[in-house]
Design a protein around this ligand. Structure first.
Ligand code: CP
Ligand code: NVA
Length: 313
């Protein structure tokens, strides 16, 4: 059974082929217009979503299938009345694939262990692989390659998007420099860093973590940031986090440390004035809405890889 739980599990070839197919689908969406006719995707949510929900739902509709949105808070599991294993076994009898946005990566793994259909990680506290497949597609589209480019991620490094960028970037040969405050609350998970560095040995990618924003961004081709208040962070932590993260805000001045043709990326939702200033996210280097659009094209390629039949690459 093929799942997409973590980019650590996906070989480089799958990543590259899926992105290649995403680019082809973007050029000619009609080629896959009936590829998933009659197929059903179940979308389980424990957290809010705009992009992930809409892009998966539209992707299924545009390929002739259907998607069901299900708020897990209203499920028997959410009410403490049923195990996740039984949810997985039951849902597998009705649907062709399950996409889940959960808090715990361990819960996602439990779901996948008991499902007899493919399970897709639609974001956990630990990883966001669909986002990063779309992001790597966007980088490929804008810059024509990954190898030799430098992506500087600045801000909260102990973050699902950062983890997937490290794992995915290392596998395709993209250099990833994380600029974040010191300490386990803000630095990437050491186990993710180790996996990324192992993958980087195969591709020659440079993976580094520094505690200074300007150093991270120096000569970068891509500057990336994410919210300081991820969905799972309690609101009472806001002011303490803002104090630590403020030196890592992406400003026009910081962006000037990067290459002149730098692109600015953000997975969204963004908080203007926190992790990024308005002039940057709405400025000429920003590609955040092209990036958001590519979620749709890459979701189709992910679904086709896991559900087939695959359109010719
Ligand atoms: N980037 C992303 O996953 O956005 P949503 O939380 O709106 O799905
Ligand atoms: N790190 C963010 C990503 C949102 C798409 C979060 O988990 O809320």
């Amino acid at each position: 059974m093929r799942h997409l739980l973590s980019l650590a599990d996906w070989p480089r070839e799958w990543i590259e082929e899926t992105i290649e197919q995403g680019l082809q689908i973007k050029r000619d969406p009609c080629q896959v217009a009936r590829a998933l006719e009659g197929r059903v995707l179940l979308m389980l949510f424990q957290k809010p979503s705009l992009r992930t929900r809409l892009s998966f739902e539209v992707a299924m509709l545009q390929m002739g299938g259907h998607a069901i949105f299900y708020d897990l808070g209203t499920s028997p599991w959410g009410k403490g009345k049923e195990s996740l294993a039984d949810v997985a076994r039951t849902a597998s009898r009705y649907v062709d694939a399950i996409m889940a946005r959960l808090f715990q990566q361990a819960d996602l793994e439990e779901l996948a262990a008991h499902a007899s259909v493919p399970v897709i990680n639609g974001l956990t506290d630990h990883e966001h692989p669909c986002q990063v497949l779309g992001d790597l597609m966007t980088i490929r589209e804008k810059k024509g390659r990954w190898r030799g480019l430098k992506l500087a991620y600045v801000g909260d490094g102990h973050n699902n998007v950062t983890h997937s960028l490290l794992l995915g970037g290392a596998k395709v040969g993209l250099n990833v420099s994380v600029g974040c405050p010191e300490g386990p609350d803000f630095e990437p998970d050491p186990a993710v860093l180790q996996r990324a560095r192992e993958a980087a040995r195969q591709t020659g990618a440079v993976i580094e973590v520094v505690h200074e924003a300007r150093g991270a961004v120096a000569q970068a081709d891509i500057v990336y940031t994410d919210t300081w208040m991820s969905y799972h962070i309690p609101p009472e932590e806001r002011s303490a986090r803002e104090r630590r993260l403020r030196p890592f805000q992406v400003t026009a001045d910081l962006l000037r440390q990067a290459r002149p043709d730098v692109v600015f990326m953000h997975c969204l939702p963004a908080e203007r004035g926190a992790e990024v200033t308005e002039d940057v996210i709405d400025g000429p280097h920003s590609i955040v809405f092209d990036q958001a659009e590519n979620r749709l094209h890459i979701q189709k390629a992910i679904l086709l890889r896991l559900l087939g039949p695959r359109a010719p690459v």
